[in-house]
Design a protein around this ligand. Structure first.
Ligand SMILES: [Fe+2]
Length: 419
């Protein structure tokens, strides 16, 4: 026959398991951390019929416990507990549940120093939260509703439940510190990215500084090349490669004599030969650098190639030429035509479009040229979200001129080499 005492014991064990199961579900639920912590505390206090209690997170760097949730405490007191040297170790070494009035010598300092807060919480029990020998938090448990003492079974249940809460709290702290680390790494990466971009821009400015006529040329070529690449729907990495390629395409000019670059009359054969070396010099410079996006050295080498194979330095034709190089070639020529040069004045957008049309299939790629016209049409009709070309041109566009250009653009779409 089972004694009434045994029945009570079995009921208690079943209740303990049920509480543990509930707590496990609370901890692994998708609720917010604040909700999970509060539910976990309430469940734990309810299991042993405690009227008050609080759960704290341990902040090792500040030597304190910070309250996460509390129950049965009047008002919202500043529930913080401070730890002195040795307190954390004493709590790690303490038994699963510490009865306040029977606390070891090692913990009396902590308890008396935090007497006000522990008094406000009417803390009868302290339950240190530990994982792998590290302190992660603390739970205080107030007196029982019934006023009686806690039994050994109660203490055992609290100790078991605290282990689950310890793991939940520790995981949350781990997740938070990983998030913080990821945030720091992201900020660091953005900072490196800024330094990288500034360095490339500084190079581009150094190239353009050799020629007062081409101030901002590399920047504009980059902008036009990006606009064409985006209109063509190229992947983001290729767009980025074209931005850098546009900025650095003339880097080989740093070895060309400034007097040749600035010469305002026809170049001699020798001067032309030196000038024509800049794509291969640029290639030699950039091929030694490992860029994260695309083959910038190839873009630089081939930006003076023509689709009919009559460009330099390699005479590559048609689609054997990288699409990126065909884009930069057009962006480069477009900027050359629409800005003043030492040897000639800029020409209008209308004349530039005619010239591009004339050279489609020989110098320029038809698809790339068509894309440029599409962009210009969109910008002139106000359908572009981020105009890149028209605002860069030193030309006044009255409505009459816009109409004429749009007509020209429309005709270009019908041009057999482009459409
Ligand atoms: Fe060039």
């Amino acid at each position: 026959m089972i004694s009434p005492c045994s029945v009570a014991g079995v009921k208690k064990i079943m209740y303990a398991f049920s509480s543990l199961n509930d707590l496990g579900q609370v901890i692994t639920s998708n609720g917010s951390f604040a909700e999970v912590t509060k539910s976990g505390l309430y469940l734990m206090l309810g299991t042993v019929s405690a009227a008050q209690g609080a759960i704290f997170r341990y902040e090792e760097e500040h030597g304190r416990f910070v309250v996460l949730a509390h129950k049965g405490v009047d008002g919202a007191p500043h529930l913080g507990l401070s730890l002195y040297a040795g307190d954390a170790k004493a709590l790690v070494d303490a038994p699963g549940v510490v009865e306040n009035r029977r606390a070891s010598q090692a913990l009396t300092g902590f308890i008396s120093r935090n007497g006000d807060t522990l008094g406000a919480l009417q803390a009868a029990l302290l339950v240190p939260l530990r994982v792998g020998g590290n302190l992660v938090g603390l739970i205080t448990v107030g007196s029982r509703f019934s006023g009686g003492d806690y039994t050994d079974d109660d203490l055992q249940i609290l100790a078991m439940m605290s282990q689950q809460l310890s793991v939940g709290l520790s995981n949350h702290q781990l997740f938070q510190s990983l998030q913080k680390k990821a945030e720091e790494n992201r900020a660091l990466y953005e900072n490196l990215q800024d330094i990288y971009n500034d360095t490339v821009r500084a190079f581009a400015a150094a190239i353009d500084a050799k020629d007062r006529y081409t101030q901002g040329h590399s920047d504009r070529v980059a902008r036009y090349a990006v606009a064409i690449a985006e209109e063509l729907g190229l992947p983001q990495e290729e767009v980025e490669a074209l931005r850098l390629g546009g900025l650095l395409h003339d880097i080989g000019k740093i070895t060309v004599d400034t007097s040749i670059i600035r010469k305002d009359s026809v170049l001699t054969d020798r001067e032309l030969l030196e000038m024509h070396r800049h794509p291969t010099v640029g290639f030699d410079i950039l091929s030694k650098i490992n860029f994260p996006w695309g083959d910038l050295s190839a873009l630089t080498r081939h930006h003076h190639e023509k689709v009919d194979g009559k460009g330099y330095p390699d005479g590559i034709r048609g689609e054997d030429l990288l699409l990126g190089a065909r884009i930069i070639a057009l962006a480069d020529a477009f900027d050359a035509m629409t800005t003043d040069r030492p040897y000639r004045k800029q020409i209008s957008l209308r004349e530039t479009l005619r010239e591009i049309k004339r050279c489609v299939g020989t110098q320029f790629d038809p698809q790339v040229a068509r894309t440029l016209f599409q962009i210009i049409e969109k910008e002139l009709t106000g359908r572009s979200m981020k105009p890149a070309i028209i605002p860069s041109l030193r030309e006044n566009f009255d409505s009459q001129r816009i109409r004429e250009i749009l007509q020209e653009v429309h005709d270009d779409f019908c041009y057999p080499g482009i459409a």
